[in-house]
Write a protein that binds this ligand. Structure first.
Ligand code: ADP
Ligand code: MG
Length: 686
């Protein structure tokens, strides 16, 4: 084609002659503005339509791709709000035996009756299961085959399947992409960073959409993933550099309080605790503001590292704040801090949404250490002189909240603590702007924790086991996944179970804790449990994070398969905190291999990092990290988060770029718009 007829990738969709106004509106509504945007909507998978799967005779573990003829289709209505559309597909080559029919079912999608009817030749994609002796695919992806010419882009080749764009049929989307790949000027499809020197970017793009073989598709996909991850890392490295732009204050020269604290402790700090405090102290003494992550499994003693660091800070005359994700935790931290620090004469105050408690604080603003929840964020008056900030359980806070708290002080030193070990490679993505200290050692004189998996155990056995330990003076957690009885889910709820356990465990006292209770009620219950007045605590996951009752040595988790792996590990961290041998018993009636593999991982390991790796393998990065983490939710290539080499490559590239052009105003100026703060600023101005 004559190059002058080619279109620039930056053309707006409105400028096209081949898209209808309706299509343009649909693309716009999904966030696409230019041809380039559309071209970067890469296929989520490919289908090899040169050869289809054989019609299965049994349910399948994986999705299959079938080609056949619709021989019958009908709508069914079960109630005013529940309808189904069924299409029976016959193997094109067949009719020999009865096993070559598959029933496709769609629920509550009435418009399908207008699209798909007997006589249509179709391709369907989905997992086959058995429904009352019939082989069915529920909600298959499907496409109707029309008269296809020899040059068809829809059959007889490897075909791209795109994530749906609302209002555009799959087939039409494929046609548009195919057209753009031939009409857009390759020279205009540029990226300000070349991540694969020597490879033609547009040729890679073509292969990513319409590859010759499937391995090739994955390889070129990686190129575009690398571009995306580079953008992410560029922001991380940029943020890190900016953090160091402004000089912070020098803290930690006086160690009088720290020495007094050490002398008051009945135990020695672990080697890992000492090492971390040293690393923190070095940061504090440097005029460069500290920005550090303290990573440690549950029970590894992070709180004491925080306490020591905060003492160093206040000894230099400034205030220190600790922000916890829940009120229970804030209150517990407050009690712990008061226990250890009040004798040293430290002035503490607690601020949560519900109340304000001051201890030894003469007046507002006089506290040296302030502990609280999010409420801290909205109370700038509380920090006339904030120099040191600890953020506990960072994964519950967003990056922007972190920024907000930090903005209260004159570049305070920041310590972020997390008890959720994440696979090491992901640390680079989530906490890439932070330095990292790791507590990889459990405090001595801890009892062993034994984890066991039990399927369908007798309730009398559990009761006897519990009673034996309660009689010896220990305490127990009985964890349930749900608060109230639910019709759809068969699991017993905490509220229901509480009534039963109260009877079974008499004369021992049983308590109940769940998220729907008021903060006041929760705190009372926790207080009674801490004081040993409640012996067995029936609870939902509100006890998950950071709760510390060393005398509790038993945890029985009901319907354990319903919890995530990380969550189960967190829960288990509540026990094994005292000198007694502890037991974590996972109960399940699930028989699926996935559930059992997940639970077995907990039996096999107590190392949070090992468990995090298993979790990543079983669930994939999107689910492991959750969507709350900024920058992760919108990733196009999230599946590559599990690829450590790619992550390191992206980081190295970003480091290189910022080293060469720290402010992105020289040879890499074209990358400046990729910095998201910059984006946000520009949006404000517009
Ligand atoms: P984390 O915050 O990492 O979950 P904590 O700081 O709450 O852990 O500590 C867990 C428990 O271990 C607490 O009861 C604490 O008193 C105790 N502890 C902390 N450090 C040590 C240590 N070096 N030796 C003995 N016990 C410790
Ligand atoms: Mg903690």
């Amino acid at each position: 084609m004559d190059a002058s007829l080619l279109l620039p990738a930056s053309n707006l969709l409105e400028q096209s002659s081949f898209l209808t106004p309706k299509e343009i509106a649909a693309f716009r509504a999904s966030g696409f503005s230019t041809y380039g945007d559309l071209l970067m909507h890469l296929p989520k998978r490919h289908e090899d339509r040169r050869q289809f799967d054989a019609f299965p005779v049994m349910p399948t573990a994986h999705a299959v791709c079938l080609r056949g003829m619709v021989i019958d289709a009908r709508s069914m209505r079960f109630s005013s709000s529940y309808a189904a559309y069924e299409a029976i597909i016959l193997n094109g080559s067949g009719g020999v035996f009865g096993s070559n029919k598959i029933t496709c079912r769609w629920f509550n999608m009435p418009f399908l009756s207008k699209m798909l009817a007997a006589g249509h030749e179709v391709i369907v994609y989905g997992k086959v299961k058995d429904f009352k002796g019939k082989l069915v695919i529920d909600h298959p992806e499907f496409e109707i085959i029309r008269d296809e010419g020899a040059e068809s882009i829809h059959v007889d080749r490897i075909v791209p399947i795109y994530k749906n764009v609302s209002g555009i049929a799959q087939r039409r989307l494929r046609e548009i992409q195919h057209l753009l790949l031939h009409r857009v000027n390759p020279a205009s499809f540029v990226c300000p960073i070349d991540v694969s020197p020597g490879r033609d970017r547009f040729a890679d793009l073509r292969l990513a959409h319409f590859p010759e073989d499937l391995a090739e598709a994955q390889q070129v996909r990686r190129r575009f993933a690398l571009e995306e991850f580079f953008a992410l890392q560029l922001n991380v490295v940029w943020r890190r550099a900016r953090h160091f732009d402004v000089a912070g204050r020098v803290l930690g020269r006086r160690t009088t309080l720290l020495k007094a604290f050490y002398e008051s402790l009945p135990f020695d700090l672990t080697g890992a605790q000492k090492r971390s405090i040293k690393e923190i102290l070095a940061d504090m003494r440097s005029p460069r503001p500290m920005n550090r992550l303290l990573q440690g499994d549950v029970g590894s003693g992070k709180t004491f590292v925080a306490m020591a660091s905060m003492l160093l800070a206040i000894d230099s005359g400034c205030q220190a704040a600790l922000m916890a994700p829940t009120q229970i935790l804030a209150e517990q931290h407050y009690l712990t801090f008061r226990k250890w620090l009040a004798p040293l004469g430290v002035r503490l105050s607690l601020r949560t949404g519900n109340r304000e408690e001051q201890s030894h604080a003469q007046e507002e603003g006089d506290a040296q250490i302030i502990i609280g929840t999010h409420a801290l964020l909205y109370d700038p008056g509380a920090f006339p002189d904030l120099g040191f900030v600890v953020i506990d359980e960072q994964h519950k806070f967003g990056v922007s909240q972190r920024a907000r708290l930090i903005s209260h002080g004159v570049k305070p030193d920041v310590l972020v603590m997390t008890a959720t070990p994440i696979p090491r490679t992901l640390t680079l993505t989530l906490y890439g702007d932070l330095d990292v200290s790791v507590l990889d050692e459990r405090p001595a004189n801890r009892g062993k924790v034994i984890t066991a998996l039990r399927k369908d155990p007798k309730i009398t056995d559990i009761t006897a086991f519990l009673k034996q330990h309660l009689t010896e003076g220990r305490q127990a957690y009985l964890v349930y996944p749900l608060v109230e009885e639910s019709e759809t889910v068969k699991a017993e709820s905490a509220t229901e179970a509480f009534v039963k356990w109260q009877k079974r465990l008499k004369p021992h006292n049983t308590g109940l804790l769940h998220g729907k209770m008021s903060a006041e009620e929760k705190e009372q219950t926790m207080q009674a449990f801490r004081a040993g007045e409640i012996h067995a605590l029936v609870s939902t996951t509100v006890i998950e994070v950071g709760v510390d009752v060393p005398n509790a040595n038993i945890m029985i988790i009901h319907h354990a398969e319903r919890f995530g792996l990380a969550q189960l590990h967190q829960l288990r961290g509540r026990i094994g905190r005292g000198e007694h041998k502890s037991y974590c018993i996972l109960l399940t009636d699930s028989k699926t291999p996935e559930a059992l593999e997940k639970l077995q991982a907990l039996v096999d390991s107590h190392d949070g990092f090992v468990i995090a790796e298993v979790d990543l393998r079983l669930r994939g990065p999107g689910d492991v990290l959750g969507t709350a983490q900024s920058g992760i939710a919108d990733l196009k290539f999230a599946d590559f988060l599990a690829d450590p080499t790619l992550l390191r490559e992206a980081r190295a590239l970003a480091d290189e770029v910022i080293a060469r052009d720290p402010l992105l105003n020289q040879q890499h100026a074209a990358l400046r718009p990729w910095i998201s703060e910059e984006l946000a600023l520009r949006e404000q101005r517009d």
